[in-house]
Design a protein around this ligand. Structure first.
Ligand code: PLP
Length: 353
């Protein structure tokens, strides 16, 4: 049986004898070597960390298992979050697993179909709010304080605590930290968590180096890059459509301490990387996830030489989360044929030549 995050990394997490060892098999996700982009860009070594392989299809499960365990340890009987989708899917799943009430607030019209389907399937109370993610987060912060139920957004420190396990896994798999970590940045919790994980592992000499943290926001939702909140963040990558990141200062600290950078990529660059990943690598990530790869391609075309470097791109969530976008973006022909062998030979014979 695959060990979940809490038992696998118990000694590095804030776990007491009263913490319930919740385990849905989260974490221990594949680190897959690139077949195409590595050669294309002339990178030393390039790997993808496939976080879509978590139980609900995104890295959010790593933090959620810890946050829910701590909520239960603290006596909470309900959890609440605001979400662009993946946090609510994850909260709903762990809430169902633990038998506690889950309330999720999602901004109206902005949640990918797969994520909404998950929240409903797991039986959460779903509240659609006429507003942005940032405004919904304000509301749940307020509501959770008044009603003393556990807030499981990434402002909850236990979320970041659990999420740092992904950095541990990368070092455990590679035998050392990579030179670079490329990662999409939305609310900026994940880049913060990874950095904490790499620092902690370095302190206990599990690694000899720490990676440069290379964060990427979408151009229309790039508050950290432009240096001020974005009131109406816009991007097709809904998981990073965030205008006022909760972990803004932590992300800047991670960037500066690691000698990394936080930049932006356009929706066009995100979509190109999204398609390249699935077509050339067999990795179907969600659009937000492709921002890490788009960032790598952009830095390479800006003249940065990665030929001596080991690089990990975090593919934060599964492409199945957003089936509408996948179909919209598809430009492969759909062959429609009668049930007729000759017609099939005519239509498909030529593509095999
Ligand atoms: C949440 C999420 C992000 C952004 O992570 P932050 O911690 O908010 O910066 C990126 N990609 C996916 C798929 C996500 O679910």
């Amino acid at each position: 049986m695959r060990q979940g995050v809490l038992s696998r990394y118990k000694q590095f997490l804030d776990i007491t004898s009263n913490t319930p060892m919740i385990d849905m098999g989260e974490g221990s996700t594949p680190l897959v070597r690139s077949k195409f982009i590595e050669r294309q860009l002339g990178c030393g070594e390039l790997y993808f960390k496939l976080e879509g392989c978590n139980p609900t299809g995104s890295f959010k499960d790593r933090g959620m298992v810890m946050a829910v365990a701590k909520a239960i340890e603290g006596g909470s009987r309900a959890i609440i979050c605001a979400s662009t989708g993946n946090t609510s899917a994850s909260a709903a799943a762990y809430g169902a697993y633990c038998g506690i009430k889950t309330i999720v607030l999602v901004p109206s019209g902005n949640v990918a179909k797969g994520k909404m389907a998950q929240a409903l399937a797991y039986g959460a109370e779903v509240v659609v709010v006429e507003g942005t993610f940032d405004q919904s987060l304000e509301m749940v912060r307020n509501f959770s304080e008044r009603n003393s139920i556990a807030l499981v957004n990434s402002v909850n420190p236990h979320r970041l605590e659990g999420q740092k396990s992904a950095a541990f896994e990368i070092v455990d798999d590679l035998g050392d930290a990579p030179e670079y970590l490329f990662i999409p940045v939305g609310n900026a919790g994940n880049i913060t968590a990874y950095w904490n994980g790499f620092v902690q592992y370095h302190e206990v000499e599990k690694s000899t180096i720490k990676p440069r943290m290379m964060g990427f926001q979408a151009e229309g939702a790039a508050p950290i890059v432009i240096g001020e909140p974005v009131l109406e963040p816009k991007t097709i990558a809904s998981a990073i459509r965030i205008g006022n990141p909760a972990s803004w200062q932590h992300a800047i600290k991670a960037r500066d301490e690691s000698g990394g950078s936080i930049g932006s990529v356009s929706d066009k660059e995100i979509l190109e990387a999204y398609k390249m990943l699935s077509r050339r690598e067999g990795v179907f990530g969600e659009p937000a996830s492709a921002a890490s790869v788009a960032g790598l391609i952009k830095m390479h075309s800006n003249g940065i030489d990665f030929s001596d470097s080991r690089i990990v791109c975090v593919i934060t969530g599964s492409g199945l989360k957003d089936p509408d976008l996948a179909s919209e973006q598809n430009d492969m022909p759909l062959h429609q044929l009668p049930l007729d062998m000759d017609a099939m030979n005519r239509a498909l014979g030529s593509i095999l030549e």
